[in-house]
Write a protein that binds this ligand. Structure first.
Ligand code: G1P
Length: 293
């Protein structure tokens, strides 16, 4: 079995759900407490044993590259002031194993992944979407890598979704079980209406793919909105090289959405040593006030 060493993180989206915040700032740099959302995703990949990461960026995304590069002026300043803990935090984000490529036109997630073809070469690889932060003792990416080691197949992370939310996810029509939380896939549909959804198993942002996906993406016509959909390419890949749907049951924060971002900030804030106590007191007081109204 080939070792999975590489990860691709698409980060070229315009972030329109967060306008005006994202007018001049990459949405991936929006913080959850004190950490840009993309850093959680990069850390998940590294914690899973990934050695090389490619971030697919676009115009206006330079802050992402700056974030994972050394900032010598800042480091010197913190060192001179004796702010050692902060200095360590800042230096931990200097990650030389991250590479970058730009997606020239906003032609969808599938096209963004296609930009990774020269980086990936002929190896299996993982894709992590930055909108999903999924903290877990065993990172979800690592769980997909373990499935690959055991079954030699690509996989897609999924969760059970509320029926009325199917039009926000790729949805999987299952074809029997392979093991606990492991499903074979009959076919996949991108963002079906609740009436058309084949199940309540929705795709979340972690995939382990084999390099045949690139040939499929190259051949695939864009949808009516001009976007090359990754889910459509997965449908084709599944026909020639069956994929496994892995049902993840851990925590998930959808930080690509205002509400999900607020929830993530509250919960991570309740867990952060500098804010936990104050947050608890504030939330308790707020809950009492809300009950009164
Ligand atoms: C993308 C995929 C979709 C998947 C979702 C998970 O959609 O196209 O299949 O369910 O990510 O977050 P997006 O949310 O980028 O529109």
């Amino acid at each position: 079995m080939q070792k999975v060493r590489k990860a691709v993180i698409p980060a070229a989206g315009l972030g329109t759900r967060f306008l005006p915040a994202t007018k001049a700032m990459a949405k991936e740099m929006m913080p959850v407490v004190d950490t840009p959302s993309i850093q959680y995703v990069v850390e998940e990949a590294i914690k899973s044993g990934i050695e090389e990461i490619l971030i697919v960026t676009g115009k206006g995304k330079n802050a992402i590259e700056d974030h994972f590069d050394a900032n010598i002026t800042l480091e010197n300043n913190l060192r001179e002031k004796g702010k050692d803990a902060l200095l360590e935090k800042v230096k931990a984000t200097n990650i030389p194993s991250i590479h970058y490529v730009r997606q020239a036109y906003p032609k969808g997630l599938g096209d963004a992944i296609l930009q990774a073809a020269p980086f990936v070469g002929n190896e299996p690889f993982v894709v992590l979407l930055g909108d999903d932060i999924m903290p877990n003792d065993v990172p979800l990416t690592k769980q997909l890598m373990e499935i690959y080691d055991k079954y030699g197949k690509g996989s897609i992370a999924t969760i059970r979704i509320p029926e009325d939310k199917s039009n926000r996810f790729g949805v999987i029509d299952m074809d029997g079980a392979l093991g606990e939380h492991l499903h074979l896939i009959d076919h996949l549909v991108e963002k079906p209406s609740p009436e058309e959804a084949p199940s309540n198993l929705g795709i979340v942002g972690r995939y382990l793919l084999t390099p045949e996906i690139f040939e499929i993406l190259r051949e695939q016509a864009p949808d009516s909105g001009g976007e090359v959909q990754l889910t459509d390419a997965l449908e084709t890949l599944n026909q020639i090289s069956p994929l496994i749907a892995y049902e993840y049951t851990g925590k998930r924060y959808d930080v690509g959405d205002k509400y999900g971002m607020l929830i993530a900030n509250i919960e991570f804030g309740l867990d952060h040593p500098e804010t936990d106590e104050k947050m608890k007191t504030f939330i308790k007081e707020l809950a009492t006030k809300l009950k009164e109204n």
